[in-house]
Ligand binder design. Sequence first.
Ligand SMILES: Nc1nc2c(c(=O)[nH]1)N[C@H]1C(S)=C(S)[C@@H](COP(=O)(O)O)O[C@H]1N2
Ligand SMILES: [Mo]
Length: 329
Amino acid sequence: MLIKRPRGWEIPESQATPENLVLGRRALMAAAGAGAMLAPGVAEAQFWRRTPAADPWTRLPEDVPDLPPAMRNTRYQPGRDLSPERDAVTYNNFYEFGSDKGIWPTALRMPTRPWTITVDGMVESPGEFDVDDIIRRIGLEERVYRLRCVEAWGMTVPWTGFELSKLLEIVKPTGSAKFVRFETAQKPEVMTGLRQSWYPWPHIECCTIEEAGNELTFMPVGLFGKPLPPQNGGPFRVVFPWKYGFKSGKSIARITLTDQRPVSFWETLQASEYGFWANVNPEVPHPRWSQATERLIGSNERVPTRLFNGYGEFVAGLYSNLQGERLWA
Ligand SMILES: Nc1nc2c(c(=O)[nH]1)N[C@H]1C(S)=C(S)[C@@H](COP(=O)(O)O)O[C@H]1N2
Ligand SMILES: [Mo]
């Protein structure tokens, strides 16, 4: 029997195992490196063989090197079906490429390798990191998260990535760091939306150091077992699944630790509608619409929205002493 070396990335949905990270990262890496026995649930990723004709909206993997395999972490149960991949990668908000939902063909023109992430500010070990070096150093896992856009649509998707806390362990925030600022790359050659000079580029998003350290705060580099396509924030983004989607900054080039609360892109534009915290709450309407329900992309089914997008057990404690803040907008 010919056993192939797993080529990293993700196991397809159909081959996912129910185990909760059955093997440690080291074991997975050893199995991959030795090319001997494949760990259970680790399969050679299918996406490498997809043709552009079949899937014009995903990225060809030519420029993405072999990466470590990832197991699905079943601690995070979405409680609803995955969104169709096609909808998740062709219905996007990414203003750098334009303000409509159909920016994917333009976004796909953005090269995602090589990609350097600068981590600076209040850290003991600042640096410039190559995205693939970080991936190899930290390792990957898959998590299925719900995402709730402030515009009252939602999706459910498998991200491949790592916890932000693992990256912070490497750079070691100093005691004075209170906030984390995420800056999206500016590539005017491909990001035609940057010409709309009335927007406050670069796109900034931010959170507190406590939110950054929460186990849910995830840095995806893959989606549906493939390299994260640029329209979804490839090669490297952040997701806060309990906050409105606009907090989940895409195509990040710089992460800065600071003691000053950053003002995000959306807060600069319209602070009354898009604030710093932006935690999902069905009972607090947006000034212009209700947040009680959401439309699931793909099926168009309307479902009730949940407090903290259903992640309260993981994150509610972050806010217990912040009752005076505008936590829900
Ligand atoms: N840099 C940047 N990040 C961004 C945005 C953007 O316009 N620019 N849009 C946000 C919004 S409003 C949402 S809902 C999510 C959408 O992510 P998705 O396209 O992967 O579903 O990305 C967020 N991240
Ligand atoms: Mo959004």
